[in-house]
Write a protein of this length. Structure first.
Length: 394
């Protein structure tokens, strides 16, 4: 813990900025608990998305999933960034975090209604509860950190205004709700950019990279859980393992490859300024959303293979190949942007994305996708890691 944080007691400490280059900075037990509670919302959203796809409601399902996942991602990311700069781990901080956890659980309770019926009432109230708790955190930081007071007050004011907009959004006529949603989402994205212009907060690069990595693991794990549930449900009916063997093998190859691709590079080394970090954080919307959708897509293909799906064969295949391709593309672009230059395997990644999308029309799309993802790891990650080992040995 940095020296300024040591002042005070466990009940209440001054919320001064943490040191950006603090050594041995890792995720706290409270942050890990926060993530585990958030995965409930991810799981509920993924399950509702799967049901929409399985029922053949592709357009409304994809739109609803994108809107709901924005709320999950943005609320999680804002807490993560604030905690990196101002985590005091005292009683008031913990209590406000518990309030945010409560809002996340309310959000998870409203995801099904949002995706299946277009009713965003419950999820909006849960989201607003979380964001208003963040307003309290930023006001507390403004009081204790004079150097960054303007920035903290901008965060608090911007969040408060946008939350008023979200509540008003609930009474907007139906045909205007989607444009209003888009405007409010852009306003949310603009708040950090506006606030940081006053003074940069002291987020910790290694801490941020670790937090995003941990949540990626959790979301990929949720995809595995969803897929395993679908396999179990299929085997509980009249299906045999032979009917879904290629799906199990392909799904396992895919998730392992996605994990390997994400953690192949040292992200913290490249998060050296606010612009790069903003692109990194904002780009993770696609990473998280695609990772969570992979499990739903595999579940849809299991249902299709056992005769319980309502999509065409190509539609079911696309429900899997598109999010996998989206994940690969997003991770590639994030690392490429953070590196600040083009890298030699660019063409390999582009070809892999094209091959994954083309697998939609293959006889065994899930298995082909898994093989392509594994080959991408072999072509890009393994040589790089071997080179690192040789350099360390020399």
């Amino acid at each position: 813990m940095s020296a300024p944080q040591a002042a005070g007691t466990a009940w209440r400490r001054r919320m001064v900025a943490r040191v950006a280059d603090e050594k041995h900075r890792t995720a706290t037990a409270l942050e890990l608990f926060f993530d585990l509670c958030f995965v409930v919302a991810v799981a509920q959203t993924s399950a509702a998305f799967e049901e929409e796809l399985a029922a053949g409601h592709v357009g409304s399902g994809v739109l609803g999933y994108g809107l709901v996942f924005f709320a999950i991602w943005w609320a999680w990311m804002n807490f993560t960034w604030f905690a990196s700069a101002y985590d005091t781990d005292d009683i008031p901080y913990r209590l406000l975090t518990v309030v945010q956890i409560g809002g996340a659980l309310v959000m998870s309770a409203g995801t099904a209604a949002a995706l299946q019926h277009g009713d965003y009432t419950v999820i909006t109230w849960g989201y607003v509860v979380m964001r208003l708790a963040m307003v309290s955190q930023w006001l507390r930081a403004a009081r204790s950190d004079p150097e960054r007071r303007r920035s903290c007050l901008r965060y608090a004011a911007g969040i408060l205004v946008v939350q008023t907009g979200w509540l008003a959004h609930l009474v907007v006529p139906g045909d205007l709700r989607l444009p209003a949603h888009a405007v409010l989402a852009l306003a949310e994205l603009a708040v950090p950019v506006w606030a940081e212009r006053a003074a940069n907060t002291t987020w910790h690069p290694r801490h941020i990279a670790e937090r995003f990595g941990l949540f990626t693991l959790i979301v990929l794990g949720e995809s595995i859980t969803a897929a395993a549930g679908a396999v179990r449900a299929a085997l509980d009916t009249d299906a045999t393992f032979g009917d879904i063997a290629t799906l199990v093998l392909g799904g396992t190859l895919t998730v392992c490859a996605l994990w390997w691709l994400y953690f192949a590079q040292n992200a913290s080394r490249r998060l050296g300024n606010f612009t790069t970090a903003t692109l990194w954080g904002y780009g993770h919307y696609a990473v998280f959303a695609c990772a969570a959708a992979v499990g739903a897509g595999l579940a849809v293909n299991v249902a299709q293979a056992t005769g319980h799906g309502h999509l065409t064969a190509y539609g079911a295949a696309a429900a899997y190949t598109v999010p996998v391709a989206g994940f690969v593309l997003s991770v590639w672009l994030l690392h490429r942007t953070a590196a600040g230059h083009s890298t030699a395997p660019d063409v390999v990644h582009a070809l892999a994305v094209a091959a994954i999308l083309a697998a939609t029309f293959a006889p065994a799309p899930v298995l082909v996708t898994g093989v392509v993802a594994a080959l991408l790891v072999a072509a890009t990650c393994v040589p790089r890691e071997r080179g690192g080992i040789r350099a360390a040995a020399a």
